[in-house]
Design a protein around this ligand. Structure first.
Ligand SMILES: Cc1cc2nc3c(=O)[nH]c(=O)nc-3n(C[C@H](O)[C@H](O)[C@H](O)COP(=O)(O)OP(=O)(O)OC[C@H]3O[C@@H](n4cnc5c(N)ncnc54)[C@H](O)[C@@H]3O)c2cc1C
Length: 820
């Protein structure tokens, strides 16, 4: 053992890889926290010591890109701060396109980079060749260059972070293994090691590919899978210079970087090999796996085509190292939903060196404040569910995600593995009706319906992806029109549903919700739940079933997150218990101008506007089944969300379909919902509204109960935002040219200057235009006059296109249809 194991610490970090060291560094430096880091072997002995060390920054999320940008800023100064070399250099990064589709992706990425304030230049093949003279550019369509990307020596940079952590007071203990976590009443109380126990307030699990097992010690699921990852280091190559940029050639699945005059070359094979399926073997310290040349061969062939000079030199070594990968290719950060004060920072999918600076900093802030410091939904541990306890499922999905590392990331792309996991009782019916399903948190959900009646033989219910208009475009248009003009039925059974029950349910929910939910039984309220910074943590419909009972409905993917948020926010000692009833209830949304006529045919209950007004919840009978009906809409039409005991979903569906036949009822899916809700300007959590956005910035200030004097989480912060000039405001943009396709992240230009980016976008079939929503940002304040006085363009795949800015919904701004 090196270092002394104390009997108490405020925070224990487990794992001395780059993530643990960065977290300890930021906890000590930025929060002055009392930190002990425990490493079972020596620092870097896990995955860190054998990383290749490329540091790229661009991701598809603004926040994650921000973290990676911060890594680079930190690496720029770390050596000077600690006096320990890091091997860091900003030699830039090149990314190649070998075909037109990749070139489109790269042009879209360059726009994303600009949106996020990252320099990325498009190059001709010849320009790329000038930067990397050893490569054959004859098959290139183009390339992109990120001048601020770079590379580091992973072991050195970790030691430098460790030294920095010590300089700021953290204690690092090596040669001690954590063997257990003490938990009392759902909270961490300490850590047990092979050298004694430490009492502590908080634990941070930075255990790399061991993080799953460390999590299990506390009853916390950390869904990751070790996968073998290989690269070679060549003998020196004539022409390789220290300033050579890193090089990624995704179409050939390989990457390169300079190393002592030679080249590191590795890649992402489509058929990856998992490792340690039953747990990492004992004593795996500074260890590597046997070189697997046969598996590497196809990548070697590709690399030699790109860099023929590689054939003229020997291979100095091959590294086969395991690394923790996750089912969606993103890392795992944040407080575990199962246990309070147990945090995780793991599963870095072979970009842990690049991510460590920013991820460690964000995690440190999360640990200290108990809330994510910015929108980190893409990496939030609460994006997983019980499904992720299934190791075989996690393995299959993780291997698929690994195999997609360098494939083109198509808009709306779905995973194929681990499918048909959770289905609603309507699955077979919908499939027979031509449904093409997507998957969300294990649920199969109808994305669109292939019209079997179209000549000559109909359309196959299969996604064919494109950056332009995809094969489902027309079919979704038909569903959209059915909803606007007639009536459509959406199976939304995968909605997460909770009940809050107890004497104090109203009081607790009033404290947690930003809108006024203390209404009589039968009321239905749209509300946000805010964090202490006034950002939107959850976005819900809350129906009051009885004095002591509320029904809460939220999106499929937010089940774990929202449940954890609500449960943790219930004041101590309250008589209010939260129950997840998702699988008890099937959900059918009946939406469209004919919705009432259809409902009247199947129900004897009064569903008139007076008898069943908007924003109410009632029990009605359909086909002999008791149904919770919510008069609400996410598509902007008259309609009801019908929640029935899940076993009755088939009967209710059949009754509605047959009653709806004379009214032109149609099945419709999630892609139609997306188009419909964009026309109405309904916000989607995780897209236009996130924990980093205030309701006032999002145009949802009307749903915040500042006018009534009751305390609620985030009230002070929300009031402060409302009282000051807004630093950003959500705005709607349209582009009429149908040849343009908006996918999100396009740059918003005001008078030629970048002021934000689109959070999401799509086609509005009724309004006949592209629609995008994004925040316009300005430190001096964004008000209506400022918005109105600008002229706007969007940058789409590096091209500027004119657009129009709108206030209010594009469709039915007077809400006549939903209130009819
Ligand atoms: C071949 C290869 C190439 C790579 N190339 C790159 C690259 O070019 N760029 C990039 O950004 N990333 C790269 N990576 C990824 C990078 O190496 C990892 O993402 C990163 O090192 C993960 O760091 P970590 O701290 O999460 O994990 P680790 O470094 O594995 O640290 C976890 C630590 O926890 C310790 N530990 C485990 N259990 C216990 C316990 N019970 N008690 C105490 N301590 C415990 C372990 O000993 C280990 O030291 C590569 C990975 C591989 C395999």
């Amino acid at each position: 053992m090196t270092g002394t194991l104390p009997s108490h610490a405020e925070i224990v970090v487990i794992g001395g890889g780059i993530i643990g060291c960065s977290t300890a560094y930021h906890l000590a430096k930025e929060h002055n926290a009392d930190v002990v880091l425990i490493e079972r072997g020596q620092l870097t002995c896990g995955s860190t010591f054998h990383a290749a060390g490329l540091v790229g920054q661009l991701r598809s999320s603004a926040s994650i890109t921000r973290l990676l940008k911060y890594s680079v800023e930190l690496y720029d100064t770390l050596e000077a701060e600690t006096g320990l070399a890091t091997g860091w250099k900003r030699n830039g990064g090149l990314r190649l396109a070998n075909n037109q589709e990749r070139w489109t992706e790269i042009r879209r990425q360059a726009t994303t980079a600009r949106s996020f304030g990252l320099e990325m230049h498009l190059l001709t093949p010849a320009e790329a060749g000038a930067l990397w003279p050893l490569m054959d550019v004859s098959d290139l369509v183009g390339a992109a260059f990120l001048p601020t990307d770079g590379q580091a020596n992973p072991a050195d940079i970790t030691q430098s972070l460790a030294k920095g952590a010590r300089m700021h007071g953290a204690r690092l203990v090596q040669g001690v293994t954590v063997t257990g976590i003490s938990v009392d009443e759902g909270r961490v109380t300490g850590v047990i090691t092979d050298n004694g126990a430490i009492a502590c307030d908080k634990v941070v699990n930075c255990g790399g590919q061991w993080a799953r097992e460390i999590g299990a010690m506390a009853g916390v699921r950390v869904p990751l899978q070790s996968v073998k990852h290989q690269y070679i280091v060549s003998e020196p190559v004539v022409g390789v210079t220290p300033g050579l940029p890193t090089l990624r050639d995704p179409d050939r699945l390989v990457y390169f970087k300079e190393e002592v005059g030679g080249l590191v070359m590795g890649g992402y094979e489509p058929n990856p090999i998992s490792w340690a399926d039953d747990g990492v073997p004992e004593g795996f310290v500074f260890s590597l796996l046997d070189a697997d040349w046969d598996h590497f061969e196809p990548m070697m062939e590709q690399a030699l085509i790109r860099v023929p000079a590689l054939a003229t030199v020997g291979v100095r070594t091959m590294i086969n190292g395991p690394e923790a990968f996750t089912p969606d290719g993103n890392f795992i950060l944040g407080e575990a939903p199962e246990v309070r004060n147990f945090f995780v920072g793991a599963g870095f999918n072979a970009f842990g060196i690049a991510a460590a600076g920013g991820a460690g900093r964000a995690l440190a802030a999360w640990v200290v404040d108990g809330e994510q410091p910015m929108d980190l939904w893409g990496v939030d541990i609460r994006r997983f569910s019980e499904l992720h306890e299934d190791r075989a499922w996690v393995r299959a999905r993780t291997l698929e995600a690994y195999g997609k590392h360098y494939t083109i990331a198509w808009p709306s792309e779905e995973y194929e593995s681990g499918r048909r996991r959770l289905v609603s009782p309507l699955y077979e019916r919908l499939k027979n009706n031509g449904a093409c399903f997507g998957s969300k948190l294990g649920w199969e959900r109808p994305n669109w319906f292939a019209p079997t009646s179209l000549p000559p033989t109909g359309v196959e219910p299969r996604d064919v992806y494109s950056f332009g208009r995809p094969n489902w475009f027309d079919a979704v248009g038909e569903e959209h029109r059915a909803c606007r003009e007639r009536v459509a039925l959406f199976d939304q059974s995968s909605f997460a549903k909770f009940e809050l029950r107890g004497r104090d349910a109203e009081k607790a929910l009033s404290w947690i919700c930003a809108n006024d939910v203390a209404r009589p039984a039968g009321a239905l309220v749209y509300t946000q739940m805010l964090n202490s910074r006034g950002g939107i943590e959850c976005d819900h419909t809350v129906g009051r079933l009885a004095d002591d009972r509320f029904y809460i409905v939220t999106g499929t993917g937010f089940r774990t997150h929202d449940f954890a948020w609500i449960r943790q926010s219930i004041p101590n000692g309250s008589d209010a218990s939260l129950v997840d009833v998702t699988e008890d209830w099937g959900t059918l949304a009946l939406m469209g101008p004919n919705a009432r006529a259809v409902l009247e045919k199947v129900s004897g209950d009064d569903v008139s506007n007076a008898g069943f007004p908007f924003a109410t919840i009632r029990e009605i009978t359909i086909a002999g089944q008791r149904v919770r009906a919510l008069r609400v809409t996410y598509v902007g039409e008259l309609g009801w969300e019908l929640h029935m005991p899940i076993e009755a979903a088939g009967e209710v569906y059949d009754a509605l379909k047959s009653a709806g036949e004379p009214f032109g009822i149609a099945d419709a899916g999630y892609r139609a919902i997306e188009s419909l809700r964009l026309e109405k300007g309904y916000r989607a959590w995780g897209a236009e509204i996130t924990p980093g956005d205030s309701p006032f910035e999002a145009g949802l200030g009307w749903a915040v109960k500042l006018r009534i004097k009751v305390p609620f989480i985030g009230r002070e912060a929300a009031a402060a935002v409302a009282a000051a000039p807004l630093r950003k405001a959500l705005a709607c943009f349209t582009v009429d040219d149908p040849r343009i396709v908006l996918h999100g992240r396009e740059t918003i230009l005001r008078d030629g200057v970048g002021v934000g980016w689109l959070a999401g976008g799509g086609w509005g079939y009724t309004v006949g235009t592209n629609i995008g929503y994004g925040y316009v940002r300005r430190d001096g304040g964004v008000d209506r006059a400022y918005l109105e006085s600008g002229s706007y363009e969007l940058e789409v795949a590096c091209e500027r296109v004119p657009c129009r800015l709108h206030f209010g919904p594009l469709y039915d701004p007077g809400r006549k249809r939903i209130l009819s």
